[in-house]
Design a protein around this ligand. Sequence first.
Ligand code: PEP
Ligand code: MN
Length: 247
Amino acid sequence: MNKSKIGDGDFTIIAGPCAVESYAQMEKIGCFLDSLNVRYLRGGAFKPRTSPDSFQGLGFEGFRILREIKNKYNFEIVSEVMDPRDVEKAYEYIDIIQIGSRNMQNYTLLKEVGKLNKTILLKRGMSATIKEWIMAAEYIRSEGNENIILCERGIRTFENYTRNTLDLMSVPIIKSKTEYPILIDPSHGTGRRELVLPATKAALAIGADGVIIEIHPEPSKALSDGFQSLDFDEFKKLVNDIEKIKA
Ligand code: PEP
Ligand code: MN
């Protein structure tokens, strides 16, 4: 099964840490998500960090951990690839390959994943217009791969209370201009954990196909993006609140 069911009508919740840090961390998260029947697990093995001194991810060891957790709990795995040379290897481990905001216009990478029979999650570049984002998706499609999911993760504006400005209007615009499912990333879109729940409710209300959310067993100890990660209690509340609104 290489085509994901995201966009088939249900509001999909993808969750997991910003970065895969260890087997123990992923086992805790996997067990927790399985208990809530969340079926999509995210986790970065290759991390595009602003500073080269920050944790860069576990690389292929991270992919191996993700696959072990997938096999144990039967998740669909979402993880980023940054280098065209890693695409072939990622194919074996990852169900949905994420192209991050910083690589939205890395055309070599887009063309490489365009050759795959695999779903691609294409995040919006932080300074990209909607048109440029759609054109980036065209690079993937032009190589033959039409299994594309778009992800709005906020754009750079003058506002700095939030990490990015979440452009919710991209949802109806993408829906009117393309056939692709669209997810919202409330974690990077706001950069503040207390805004993740309201942004998720807004995503549901405006017709997004789902959300991708960062969680961590102990956000204060996370190796990346802890400030925007939900702990288990906060995430459980989010899942329950969304279920209630949908009912
Ligand atoms: C991520 O999902 O952890 C990430 C780095 O996202 P973005 O590319 O949107 O910054
Ligand atoms: Mn992150």
